[in-house]
Structure formats: C-alpha cells, structure tokens
Design a protein around this ligand. Structure first.
Ligand code: 13P
Ligand code: SF4
Length: 307
C-alpha cells in the first residue's frame, strides 16, 4: 500500500508535469517511487534516445549527471533538469579531458572509444562513444580499421570487450565502485541456494564475476532477457535498484541480488520531493556549453550510426 504522502506527491507531480509539458525519465537504478512516477524507465542508451525523440519541452532526468549531459548534447533545444545536481557518477569522474589529451599524445594513432559514463568534456576529446549495450558491437566494427584503440574509462568493461572481440585495448584505470562490491564468492553462494537460477551480470563487474555469469548484459538488455527466456529464477549482478523493475515487469519470476551491497548512493539521491521541487523551480538545469557540445555530439552520432 502506498503511503498517502507519496500519493499526494505523485498527484502534484503529475499535475505540474502536464502544465509544464514535461516528461520524466528514470534510470533503472532509481528508487521504486521514482521509477513509478516516470514516463519512461531505461538504461543510459534507451533514455538518451527517448530524450532525443520526445516532443516534451522539459525533460526531468532522474539519473546521474553524465546521463543528463548526454541528453543535453542530443537535444540542445530542450530544457534538461535534474532533481539533484550532486548525483554524479564516480567512475565518470575518474577521468578528465586533460587525461584523454595526454593519452592521445602518448598514442597518436589510436582511436578513442569512450563509454557513455564520461563527462561532456571527455566525450569532446573522443572519437566514438559506446554504452554497455553496444560496447562489443562498436569495438567489433572498428577493430580491423584501427591498429590501436584506447577504451576509457572503465577497465573492467574494457577487459570484457577485449576478451569478447579479441582486440587488445589501451585501458584507463577507472572502475565502478558499486559493481566491484559484487564478488565471485557472492555468486557462488547465491548459486548454492538457487542452483536453477541464471546468473546475469553487468559488464562493469569484476572479471572473475563476469567469468561465472550465464549472460553479461546492460540493464536494458537484462530487462529484455528475463522476459524472453523460459528460466524462472535469476541472480542479478548489478545495482540492486534494477530488481524492483524486474519484479514488477515479471510477476511470475524470482530475482535475487548477487550482493545487497551493490548500491549506487548517487542513484538514490533522487526522491519524489526532489522531483516535485525540480518541476516547481525548473532546477537544476544541465546545459552543455555550445563549444563543448559541438565536439561532444560527434562521438555520440558516430555510435548511433553503427547501431
Ligand atoms: P546501463 O546503461 O547498463 O543502464 O548502465 C549504466 C550504469 O551506470 C551502470 O552502472
Ligand atoms: Fe556510475 Fe557505477 Fe553508479 Fe553506474 S552504478 S552510475 S557506473 S557509480
């Protein structure tokens, strides 16, 4: 049963959303009440595409900062607002544009593939972007055309992609502090209790966790996969917020988090009060400056071309 206070907040949000001609997007790791109020839920790629296509003038982006920036890069004519400006991605913050410039000086012939979990400034220094949904596809497409490929910033995603594509990649030393909390021991223990369960993990997980998985998927692909397969039980190796969506969308199936410790504190900063506040005040706006946007849109468009 929903609390009356949540119902009141939901009613206010829905009313204001209509008046403002706004759309609410929520990443799959958001709190249940935020997922419920959203018009669309999805992974980073899905949400960027929705932001680009929507007719709404205002996009309330419930996710982390780089996701809102990506939306701003793709749709500069829309107002992108985030309910909490401090919701950042620590992995994205582990590399700067100046780091990328230095890498390029060191490897002048290399192509720079950057994961979408990067700042607009880092994207502006990159040749092509990728997400966890299409990283393997992007590198497979490019691997014979370029002798050297720099893959930034996630060293574990880079490791997964290198193994999948057979291409040696130049790594950067970043990682997701949430996904590395999931250990191989967690998977083995959960599997002991649920021997029939399929193990699905995010490619940001540690390599020994990835090695134990039946499938390695982005959050959007996980949602699709569990719907399509016959299996009834799943061990989920990603941020725990996804479990809410999986359970809601698949009432006949069981989902077990690989580790309850896999919580992204930044994704949990947003709540209904903040969503209402952002619609009332039209804050905080995320707008990528034109000179950065002009450069940062190119790698995103390059990625969208080969999908
Ligand atoms: P997805 O694109 O798979 O949703 O991943 C985003 C993210 O931040 C994973 O930690
Ligand atoms: Fe960044 Fe990891 Fe949080 Fe995803 S889960 S937003 S990669 S810190």
């Amino acid at each position: 049963m929903k609390k009356t206070i949540d119902r009141e907040l939901e009613n206010k949000i829905n009313k204001l959303k209509k008046e403002r001609q706004a759309v609410i997007l929520a990443h799959n790791y958001q709190l249940p009440e935020v997922q419920d109020i959203a018009d669309y839920r999805g992974d980073s790629l899905e949400l960027s595409r929705i932001a680009a296509k929507t007719a709404a003038k205002i996009v309330v982006f419930c996710g982390v900062h780089f996701m809102a920036e990506t939306a701003s890069i793709l749709c500069p004519d829309k107002m992108i607002i985030v309910p909490d400006i401090h919701a950042g991605c620590p992995m994205a913050n582990m590399i700067t544009a100046s780091d990328v410039k230095k890498l390029k000086e060191k490897h002048p012939d290399a192509l720079v593939v950057s994961y979408v979990n990067t700042s607009a400034e880092v994207k502006a220094e990159s040749d092509i972007c990728c997400t966890s949904t299409n990283a393997v596809k992007v590198v497979n497409f490019l691997k014979d055309k370029y002798k050297e490929i720099i893959f930034i910033p996630d060293k574990y995603l880079a490791d997964f992609v290198a193994k999948k594509t057979g291409k040696k990649l130049i790594f950067w030393n970043s990682y997701c502090p949430t996904h590395i909390k999931i250990t191989a021991k967690d998977i083995i223990n959960k599997k002991m209790f649920h021997p029939e369960a399929k193990v699905i993990v995010h490619p940001e997980c540690l390599p020994d966790v990835v090695a134990l998985a039946d499938e390695v998927l982005s959050t959007g692909m996980m949602c699709k996969y569990v719907k399509e397969v016959k299996a009834k039980e799943f061990i989920i190796g990603t941020e725990v917020g996804l479990i809410y969506r999986l359970k809601k969308d698949n009432p006949g199936k069981e989902f077990y988090p690989a580790s309850e410790a896999a919580v992204c504190p930044n994704m949990k900063r947003i709540n209904l009060e903040k969503v209402l506040w952002s619609l009332e005040e039209l804050k905080e706006e995320v707008r990528v400056p034109a000179q950065i946007r002009e450069k940062a849109i190119r790698p995103i468009e390059e990625m969208l071309k080969i999908l």
